[in-house]
Design a protein around this ligand. Structure first.
Ligand SMILES: Cc1ncc(COP(=O)(O)O)c(C=O)c1O
Length: 308
């Protein structure tokens, strides 16, 4: 990971090495944080943040579900992020806003603990590797089930909930795979450890619905819209485990990973990325990099600071 010069913390721009919290920060002990993963790309119009508004809305929603009021408006966080990217001089970067319960009374009732906000940016390449984006990754269905809405809140991108993804990721990596696919509590296909999933069979694209304990992914929404615009048939429906390995094509989508084909699941070959995966990947990449006029609506162009 490349570092940056500045981080935004509670309304101030601070040097990377000075962005610190107390060891009794509530979120460190109990996972009381929510966050976003966002990317900015170098486009013809300048540095542009992909679906920035949607990510900040989800951040606010994630916080609300855990009874946290953001001490900054979405616009304030947006403008701070613009300035942060400018100060760090990045043309493209990963953006990590984090809202967390800070140092205060210790114990499980967090409501007296201050809600802190920080935004960090850094330069970060393809999460599952360039080779994975080209030729597909090897995945394994995890022995860990995705968190259930009976105990936690799959719709909230909350820090503590990510212990679930961490266990799945470690298991898959130690087993020699690049990614884990989690089933939901009922044994239906849910998602990757940090990506939503799509399967293609006989020309029809399917993806698990909102009720399958998924994170309501922003890349997922984008790919659904692109697939519909391209005239494909796309259905949101429950997917059985065996449908993964019997699929013609499988791919994962997420902000960090972007669109990544899956070439093998549970040691059963699916094959090199198929035609629909390739087509969607190409249009999606164009959308991310500002090369698709139809999807320019998704770009939040970072203003260039005027020279006084
Ligand atoms: C568990 C999980 N599912 C899905 C996604 C994909 O979401 P998005 O496309 O909004 O990045 C992510 C990444 O944020 C994730 O962590």
């Amino acid at each position: 990971m490349n570092t940056a010069d500045h981080i935004w913390h509670n309304g101030e721009f601070v040097a990377w090495e000075d962005a610190k919290v107390h060891v009794l920060t509530h979120a460190l002990h109990y996972g009381t944080s929510v966050f976003e993963g966002i990317r900015a790309y170098d486009t013809r119009e300048g540095t542009a943040i992909f679906r920035h508004h949607d990510h900040l809305k989800r951040l606010e929603d994630s916080a609300r579900l855990y009874y946290m009021d953001l001490p900054f408006t979405r616009d304030q966080i947006r403008e701070a992020t613009h300035e942060l990217i400018g100060r760090n001089g990045f043309k493209s970067c990963y953006i990590r806003p984090l809202v967390f319960r800070g140092h205060g009374p210790m114990g499980l009732d967090p409501e007296e603990n201050p809600v802190e906000v920080m935004v960090a940016v850094w330069e970060w390449g393809a999460y599952l590797g360039d080779e994975g984006k080209q030729h597909g990754v090897r995945a394994k269905v995890s022995s860990w089930r995705r968190i259930s809405p009976q105990s936690l809140i799959p719709h909230s991108k909350a820090g503590g909930q990510y212990l679930n993804s961490v266990l799945a990721k470690i298991e898959s990596k130690r087993g020699g795979y690049e990614e884990a696919i989690l089933l939901d509590e009922h044994g239906r296909v849910c998602e990757g450890s940090g990506e939503n999933i799509f399967v293609v069979k006989d020309g029809i694209i399917s993806t698990p619905p909102q009720t399958a304990s998924i994170l309501d992914g922003i890349s997922r929404k984008s790919v659904i819209e692109i697939a519909n615009d391209l005239g494909h048939t796309l259905v949101e429906r429950d997917i059985a485990r065996a449908e993964l390995t019997l699929a013609d094509e499988v791919f994962l989508v997420g902000t960090a990973a972007e669109l990544v084909p899956v070439r093998e699941i549970d040691d059963i070959e699916i094959g090199e990325p198929g035609q629909i995966t390739r087509e969607l990947q190409s249009v999606y990449e164009d959308a991310l990099h500002g090369r698709a006029p139809a999807y320019e609506k998704w770009l939040d162009v970072v203003p260039v600071p005027s020279k006084a």
